[in-house]
Write a protein that binds this ligand. Structure first.
Ligand SMILES: [Zn+2]
Ligand SMILES: [Zn+2]
Length: 349
């Protein structure tokens, strides 16, 4: 996801420049670096630049190595340690003249800024002092999310993450937040999105099938991700069979109700039962039908980030030794762990 798309969406929703900048701060924490005291976002049109200038702390032109940077600067805040700069740039003097006229017609006057005053504007010298406590707090706030992410990176198709932060407060109302909420968006791979919500908004978010839909409603209807409709049982079965054939190189043996049974060339049998993301099981069996390993969602074991868990070895003594599986109950996302279990089963044959 690009911050630019976020800006475009915010403006489409008629959020003011300052409100758009607030949304950018929520996302921006993911790309902020200790070495860089400013978050720079190149915008795609002079109209957007003008929009962002209305509400900016400072507007100026900064000339560096023969390039004109026309900047809308938002000063660091208590919850975001770096200045945000929305800008357009060019080496072309005529472009600069043209944009200067356009802005002036809209009541914006650019002041020229040199290196020293630019550094002062963004309060470069104070950045590290602001960054350190911000980073520590962010790390503490997202600890739960980071743990979940670690497992998901290992066992599922998730390969990216965004932590939407509002200084540890509820992202919707800014009140004290007690709950972490996550949602995952996937296309070819998965992106996990996490945020804090207060109790009220967390409950509300659960009523809506997908957290992001909820969030986007509250941010005023930003639809950043469109491929998120939950699948019907038929579609789910179809997808499961497809994945078993293509990705798992299996032959489909039977489909009964919500359960698909398939077999690898080795004889190892894979059973996928999928009633819902909170009621599912993936079972790996020997050619004789003896269970070797299983991922399931039964709430029988106390595991962190449960109840989803994996029984890596179901042969007698280790039967009840389980670990968090970090799985979604959606085969598309859970393939990684399943392929590993199949591999292990075949190694034992
Ligand atoms: Zn709230
Ligand atoms: Zn179990």
């Amino acid at each position: 996801m690009r911050l630019n798309d976020v800006i475009t969406d915010c403006i489409r929703l008629k959020l003011s420049g300052a409100a758009t900048d607030n949304v950018i701060q929520c996302f921006g924490g993911n790309i902020l670096r200790k070495e860089k005291p400013v978050l720079v976002i190149e915008v795609s049109s002079k109209e957007i630049l003008l929009w962002m200038m209305q509400g900016a702390t400072n507007v100026h032109v900064y000339i560096s190595a023969g390039t004109f940077h026309v900047n809308a600067m938002y000063a660091p805040t208590v919850r975001f340690p770096a200045a945000r700069i929305y800008f357009m740039k060019s080496k072309n003097l005529f472009w600069f003249g043209h944009i200067g006229v356009y802005l002036e017609q809209n009541g914006i006057k650019l002041t020229p800024v040199d290196d020293a005053s630019f550094s002062k504007l963004i309060d470069e010298t104070g950045y590290i002092q602001r960054y350190k406590p911000w980073y520590e707090k962010r790390k503490a706030d997202s600890r739960l999310f980071d743990g979940l992410l670690g497992g998901r990176l290992k066992n599922t198709a998730v390969d990216q993450a965004i932590w939407l932060s509002f200084d540890g407060k509820c992202l919707v109302c800014g009140e004290k937040a007690d709950r972490m909420a996550t949602s995952t968006v996937w296309g070819k791979s998965g992106m996990m999105i996490g945020m804090h919500l207060c109790l009220t908004h967390e409950e509300e978010s659960q009523k809506q099938s997908i957290l992001l839909n909820y969030l986007s409603n509250h941010l005023g209807g930003i639809v950043m991700f469109s491929n998120m409709r939950p699948l019907t049982t038929e579609e789910m079965l179809e997808q499961t069979c497809e994945i078993l054939k293509v990705n798992f190189k299996c032959t489909i043996m039977k489909v009964v109700g919500e359960t698909v049974t398939a077999r690898r060339q080795s004889g190892i049998t894979v059973v996928i039962r999928h009633q819902s993301p909170s009621n599912y099981a993936y079972i790996i069996m020997t050619p004789e039908g003896k269970q070797l390993s299983r991922v399931d969602s039964a709430d029988h074991h106390i595991v962190p980030y449960g109840p989803d868990h994996v029984h890596s070895d179901l042969r007698k003594s280790t039967k009840n030794v389980v670990e968090t599986s970090f799985t979604y109950g959606h085969i598309c996302l859970d393939m990684k762990l399943l392929l590993k279990l199949i591999q292990e089963a075949e190694d034992k044959l």
